[in-house]
Ligand binder design. Structure first.
Ligand SMILES: Nc1ncnc2c1ncn2[C@@H]1O[C@H](COP(=O)(O)OP(=O)(O)OP(=O)(O)O)[C@@H](O)[C@H]1O
Ligand SMILES: [Mg+2]
Length: 286
């Protein structure tokens, strides 16, 4: 296709070889399929701040570190330079979160950097090369819903262990490929330790998961993972290996904890096996 204006500099710099198609025009960004480095990848072009509609941006950004004091002053003053700096921070937040989460073992698209407001990342696709659907477009069995929910809760826990809350997690920001759920869309990622709304955002993310997967597996609707995780996190006791039960004092008493727990253990074992396979495959490539 004709090269979109915003992708032109990346083409000129050799970061993108070819623009194949426009995948999606979202509220915050336009997403393209591109060729780069011999692979089909995804390019997310952020819209200008003015055109963006993301609610309560200030609430999300609370607690983000601005190390450079000149930057911080410019942002506080709201000058043009300040707005540009703010924009850069917003755009880099997603690529930073992707690197951190990938390192923590959360399935996210593999990032390839962010240049001029364009995030380059892995295109999530099936082994046959079909672009992965959003969770919202997938029909699940009860068993699959339990398994995927447990894995997503595991990912949310790993994220919280690294101090990150997604902040907009829902069936629209989870893709599903042949190996399970992949988390996307993180520019609003929240600093768990420094944001006063952190728990509220975590709870909303976790509730969205319970409600969505709960359509297929109703017992999930009575779980209270957010409260449980947050209490451990605040006490400094949450670790990647923490086994969560889904039960919490404030939770309804009829949660089917045993079966959910058994399911989590099965998923964790499977995830470990998957990581081991990935590692073996990577070592094989080297
Ligand atoms: N790495 C990827 N691989 C495959 N598809 C992707 C990838 N990233 C984004 N998409 C597709 O592009 C859509 C928009 O991406 P994303 O959610 O990151 O941007 P957005 O502008 O915030 O969108 P929205 O406002 O719809 O949430 C996704 O719903 C998904 O269908
Ligand atoms: Mg989205």
């Amino acid at each position: 296709m004709k090269i979109p204006k915003r992708l032109q500099p990346l083409v000129e710099d050799g970061l993108i070889d070819e623009v194949i198609s426009r995948l999606m025009s979202g509220k915050e960004a336009d997403v393209f399929v591109v060729r780069a480095n011999g692979e089909t990848r995804c390019a997310k072009v952020y819209k200008d701040a003015m055109k963006r509609s993301f609610k309560k941006a200030a609430q999300y950004q609370e607690g983000r570190q601005i190390a450079n004091s000149r930057r911080a002053r410019a942002i506080a003053k709201g000058s043009k330079f300040g707005r540009e700096q703010q924009e850069e921070i917003w755009q880099n937040a997603e690529v930073d979160a992707l690197y951190q989460l990938a390192a923590a073992g959360v399935r996210v698209p593999k990032p390839y950097g962010c240049y001029d407001g364009v995030l380059l990342m892995e295109l999530v696709q099936s082994d046959d090369g079909d672009i992965a659907p959003r969770l919202d477009d997938v029909i699940l069995t009860e068993e699959q819903a339990l398994e995927d929910h447990a894995l997503m809760i595991h990912y949310v826990k790993l994220m919280l262990c690294t101090g990150i809350i997604h902040g907009d997690l829902s069936e629209f920001n989870i893709l599903v490929d042949d190996y399970g759920p992949v988390i996307i869309d993180l520019p609003q990622a929240v600093n768990a330790a420094a944001n006063n709304s952190a728990f509220a955002m975590l709870k909303r993310d976790v509730d969205n998961l319970a409600n969505y997967y709960g359509q297929y597996a109703p017992m999930l609707k009575n779980t209270a993972y957010a409260e449980e995780m947050w209490a451990l996190y605040e006490a400094g006791e949450l670790t990647p290996d923490t086994e969560l039960s889904g039960a919490h004092q404030t939770a309804a008493t009829n949660a089917d904890v045993d079966s959910v727990l058994a399911e989590i253990q099965a998923v964790l074992a499977e995830e470990e096996a998957r990581q081991a396979r990935l590692k073996a495959a990577e070592e094989g490539e080297d």
